[in-house]
Design a protein around this ligand. Structure first.
Ligand SMILES: Cc1cc2nc3c(=O)[nH]c(=O)nc-3n(C[C@H](O)[C@H](O)[C@H](O)COP(=O)(O)OP(=O)(O)OC[C@H]3O[C@@H](n4cnc5c(N)ncnc54)[C@H](O)[C@@H]3O)c2cc1C
Length: 475
């Protein structure tokens, strides 16, 4: 038995050097990096899912739910851009993923299923565990949700959903993405209860194949949902509603383009950036080069530009540029894009610029939603046999109805990040408390740092952060 600070006797508290909250790609890659660094350390990764390394993104089971970048862009090793290509080459040679030959491209240009990417992540973790064992380092998966967190001078204490308590020298919030609940008139649970999971092909098989399906949101989750419907044999109309009515662009393989932002650091404001980027895109098109080439040079500078910007400039970006940034930058994998283009061309998939205003009562298993079309004052009700909510991510932790974000806010251990996107932190990931003090023992990585870096979600970003944070924790 041990004692808490309040003097209450408890069953033993488990101890570890580092507690990682969340075992998606971020938490798993952080553990892998820590296992490979010199020195001996124990780590616990607390994750309610059955497997580490998957999270929502890489728990996908359908082959059609692929990465949105090719193998050459999705290495988890920041020191080896070819790591995924090499792993895939071995995997395919050994008889894995036989369908890959349908893409007719070299391995580096394949878009692997996300579920297979999860296997790759797990294998890299297993290899790091072997390397870590040689120096006495360990990592263990604790299957539970962290519901509370307290900091002490010399440690961090976690309370889990099953009542267990864990104590560590450091804790890292690798809690990933929380689904959006844009439901002005209803509780978030109302919309989510009425909606089908965008990845649940089995549930979609229960629909009448000729029925109308409504989808809220037109980003990459909508693309996945359409792939799921197709896989389930759905052949009826699909009505997509999103504020701007923009579809994700198809990802191509553009050639290299001069890094104009590297050459000119005076370009800072959203207006200057957009003007300059448009100029480069026009130049590219005039030279017969894909406009995606200049756009792809911007990614490396996004963190610097966002962190240097004032809040007013950030707001300007979010308000005026974000919809175009999302649809042009977060592009659709080619096979999914082909399907969307085909259905759009056939008139089976319609996209409308309209905002979702709420659920309406419905009977006989139908769904009815109220929308307001762009430019119109009146709202209208549309109905269908099923509804899919693909309206994105909730980055404002004050609106995330999970115990841990609420407890951290209530305890003043975190505060909202810039523009209420994620949580506030230093560049090294040390979390800022409500009073602005940087935590000594509490860190964050990945999507919770959206407000610090703007782009803090994709594979390459979280894997680079994992490497830097591991070095920081060990130092
Ligand atoms: C459907 C989908 C597809 C994507 N596709 C791509 C892609 O093709 N390419 C790309 O670069 N990026 C993609 N992304 C972005 C993707 O989010 C990142 O690549 C990566 O998954 C982020 O990893 P993460 O571990 O930070 O977050 P997540 O994958 O969200 O994992 C966080 C984990 O934390 C756990 N957790 C949360 N709260 C707690 C708690 N209190 N206690 C314990 N555990 C907790 C959750 O259960 C979850 O498993 C995709 C994202 C989604 C949702």
């Amino acid at each position: 038995m041990s004692e808490t600070s309040s003097g209450q006797a408890t069953d033993a508290i488990r101890h570890a050097d580092i507690l990682i909250v969340g075992g998606g790609l971020s938490g798993t890659m952080l553990a892998a990096q820590l296992l490979r660094l010199p020195g001996k350390r124990s780590m616990l990764v607390i994750e309610p899912r059955a497997e580490l390394g998957r999270g929502e993104a890489y728990s996908a089971v359908e082959l059609g739910h692929t990465l949105n970048g090719n193998a050459a862009r999705m290495s988890v090793d920041p020191d080896n851009a070819d790591d995924l290509t090499q792993w895939l080459t071995d995997h395919i040679t050994a008889g894995g993923w036989p369908e890959s030959d349908q893409q007719h491209v070299p391995v580096s240009q394949l878009f692997p299923p996300r579920g297979l990417f999860g296997v790759y992540v797990q294998q890299r973790l297993a290899e790091a565990q072997v390397a870590g064992t040689l120096q006495g380092s360990t990592v263990e998966h604790v299957r539970a949700e962290v519901v509370d967190l307290q900091t002490r001078d010399d440690s961090v204490l976690l309370t889990l959903s099953d009542g267990q308590r864990l104590q560590g020298a450091y804790a890292v919030l690798a809690t990933g993405l929380f689904p959006a609940a844009r439901t002005p008139q209803t509780e978030s649970s109302g919309l989510n209860a009425a909606a089908l999971d965008p990845w649940d092909v089995a549930a979609m098989r229960q629909l009448d194949p000729q029925s109308t399906v409504l989808i809220i949101g037109s980003g990459l989750t909508m693309v996945d949902a359409v792939v799921s419907l197709e896989q389930a044999g759905h052949r009826g109309p699909i009505e997509v509603f999103s504020r701007h009515g923009l579809l994700p662009q198809r990802r191509r393989q553009p050639p290299a383009w001069a890094d104009f932002l590297d050459a000119d650091h005076s370009l800072r404001t959203p207006r200057q950036l957009v003007r300059e980027l448009r100029r480069h895109c026009r130049d590219a098109i005039a030279q017969g080069v894909d406009w995606q080439a200049p756009l792809d040079t911007v990614r490396a500078h996004v963190g610097r530009l966002w962190s240097q910007a004032t809040d007013a400039q950030r707001r300007q970006f979010v308000r005026h540029v974000r919809p175009w940034w999302e649809s042009h930058h977060h592009r659709s994998p080619p096979l999914s894009a082909e399907l969307i283009e085909l259905l759009h061309g056939e008139g089976r998939l319609r996209i409308q610029a309209a905002s979702f205003k709420g659920l309406e009562p419905a009977s006989n298993g139908a769904v009815r939603i109220r929308i307001r079309r762009r430019g119109e004052v009146e709202t209208v009700v549309v109905s269908g046999a099923a509804l899919i909510n693909s309206s994105g991510i909730e980055y404002d932790w004050r609106r995330v109805a999970r115990p841990l974000p609420q407890q951290l806010l209530a305890r003043g251990l975190i505060k909202p990040g810039p523009l209420a996107l994620g949580i506030a932190a230093q560049a090294d990931g040390a979390v800022l408390a409500a009073d602005g003090q940087a935590a000594q023992r509490l860190f964050a990585m990945g999507p919770p740092l959206r407000g610090i870096w703007w782009e803090s979600t994709a594979v390459t970003e979280v894997c680079s952060q994992a490497k830097a944070l591991a070095a920081r924790l060990v130092s």
